[in-house]
Design a protein around this ligand. Sequence first.
Ligand SMILES: [Mn+2]
Length: 280
Amino acid sequence: MDISKIPVQNCNTLSTVDDVGEADVILLGIPLYDGKPLKFISPSNLLRMFSHLVEGNLNKNDIYTNILNIFDLGEITSSSYRQLAVDLPTIINFINKGYGNKKYVFIGGDHTISYFTTKHIKIDTLIVLDAHLDLKDTYLHRKFNNATVFRRLREANNELNILYYGVRGYDEEEMEYIKNSDNIHILKDLTDFESYEMGETYLSIDLDVLDPSLIRQVEYPEPNGITFNELISVIKNVSKNTELKSVDLVEYLPTHIDRTELSTILKLLYNVAYHLQKVI
Ligand SMILES: [Mn+2]
């Protein structure tokens, strides 16, 4: 199969290498919200449009984006969960077969995309950086959406360890659920990461984990969030102590263009790519 046959709209603006084979990290946009294409512009396409805004250095150090080996595949074409469940493995199998195992950065979309992406990456632990737990049994009378996604994921695989960081908005029901399961934990400090045997990990970053002063365009903003530096420290810590396999950045729901938010997310994206690549 050639790359033009896989279900993506190619747009390689964020690539730093010319060919998939040279890449350590593959970027894929999954702009689905509640199982439907986003009504507004796709977050990953917005990042592509504003990629020129970012200076070349990563967070406060002398490592530059020119050392990154990113191949930007573009946007998945799926317009429903049913299609996503078919298209995502098609893409990942195509990459695995033709180029060997790669690491991915998936850009959502809402948090439900993690339900699909984590099924195709072999991991022991899912690390969720989120203001919320997303562990409700139902939300708005529905079983599957961004407030229930990790409950559904656990029902599908109760062996999966889940570690949360940055959580500050939840229901009693969700806390009870955690108390009754022995492999879901909420971490309070950066050093807590060292107390867990995490093995192979997947890092899911809901952008509402950041303080709303940094990112305002999320569906459920929650005051008193973490700083950008704290977020980078978590990523660093995770990549140091585990085998980080892939990452997603979700829940950015832009209705207007905000350059400050976009440069924050781009910088985050490049830092994530660096830490994924570093451990290869
Ligand atoms: Mn979430």
